[in-house]
Design a protein around this ligand. Structure first.
Ligand code: TRP
Ligand code: SF4
Length: 323
């Protein structure tokens, strides 16, 4: 079975991205034929006015994918804008996609309201889910691993595929969302880890930087001194222990509650755990940075593979549409 998923190129990835998507992508490689795409055209739908960062962000993100175990021998890794068939299918799908479907889309309504400082009353932004449908359908992907926020787009993709199959010919499988169960993932300030909150631990942060960030994090405010008993359930650091230090989490909890460990030591333990969890990633990342031609080669091969399938599908689409 074939999988397609994508990420907008946001640059360096953080721990939330690792648990939210990458680990899952990595595991899926063993069982599916996977296509992983850098959605740079989707980045343009919101960042069209300032494109200076896009190229560098693509590069940083692909390095993070590879370093975290997305394996070009198993998966096809490519850049959306290098496969023009996505754009052509997007145009063809747009012919029969009703505007109300797009205007009703909850992500559209939300982002129009929430994203400030950008004029999103554009044709391209309204068409975001149609482009995403094209991404998926051009490979006839059957399974699409996504986070919960993407479910409305998947639903639209399914509607568009059904409509195509009904109008012309039944050529598209109706793709299924594969929901990634993400634990509530806090940043160092306790809010959701997000680039826009400036509270991320990046996968590429050095051990030293990770240590500094963790030292800054707020713990249980009731623990003014070592003797004060703690409440791990309200402590961001404990939350991290629950995710990254699962085998010691009972111990951390007990010692915090009985005031047998100080926050400083508790943080140091966490920083060490994170450093060792990321050591493999850091090693691979360093290797890639030293061999940038490797990355070019991987993207070139991905482009070739993706392109040949996309061309076939587009030809078939045009044929059944009668053009
Ligand atoms: N919209 C997705 C996101 O923001 C990225 C994306 C683009 C995507 N095309 C896709 C995800 C196709 C899955 C399938 O996360
Ligand atoms: Fe949080 Fe650890 Fe301090 Fe307890 S000891 S409050 S879990 S940092």
């Amino acid at each position: 079975m074939r999988i397609l998923s994508g990420m907008r190129p946001t640059g360096r990835l953080h721990l939330g991205n690792l648990l939210g998507a990458l680990t899952n992508w990595k595991n899926l490689q063993e069982k599916y034929e996977c296509f992983y795409m850098v959605a740079d055209l989707h980045a343009l739908t919101t960042d069209y006015a300032d494109t200076r960062e896009i190229k560098r962000n693509i590069r940083e993100m692909v390095i993070d994918w590879l370093a975290s175990g997305i394996d070009p021998k198993k998966s096809t890794i490519f850049i959306q804008s290098q496969i023009p068939e996505h754009s052509e299918l997007y145009l063809l799908l747009s012919m029969f996609t009703p505007i109300p479907w797009l205007e009703r889309c909850p992500t559209y309504k939300e982002q129009l309201k929430e994203i400030k400082g950008k004029d999103l009353r554009t044709y391209g932004f309204l068409g975001y889910p149609v482009l995403q449908a094209a991404d998926i359908l051009i490979y006839k992907a059957e399974v699409v691993p996504v986070g919960e926020d993407q479910l409305p787009h998947l639903e639209l993709t399914r509607e568009i595929a059904r409509r195509f199959n009904h109008l012309y010919k039944d050529i598209f499988p109706i793709p299924q969302a594969k929901l990634t169960k993400v634990p509530r993932f806090p940043g160092i300030d306790g809010r959701k880890m997000s680039k826009s909150y400036n509270n991320c631990i990046y996968l590429s942060d050095s051990d030293e930087v990770i240590k500094e960030k963790i030292e800054e994090a707020i713990t249980d405010p009731a623990r003014k001194t070592l003797k004060d008993k703690g409440h791990p359930d309200i402590c961001t650091i404990f939350n991290f222990h629950q995710i990254y230090n699962r085998k010691n989490v009972k111990d951390v909890e007990a010692r915090c509650k009985k005031a047998q460990i100080g926050c400083r030591e508790c943080k140091r333990n966490l920083a060490n755990t994170l450093a060792s969890a990321l050591s493999d990633f850091h090693r691979k990342r360093k290797e890639l940075l030293e061999n940038p031609e490797k990355i070019d080669k991987i993207l070139k091969e991905g482009r070739k593979k993706a392109s040949s399938i996309a061309k076939q599908t587009l030809e078939e689409v045009k044929r059944v549409m009668g053009i």
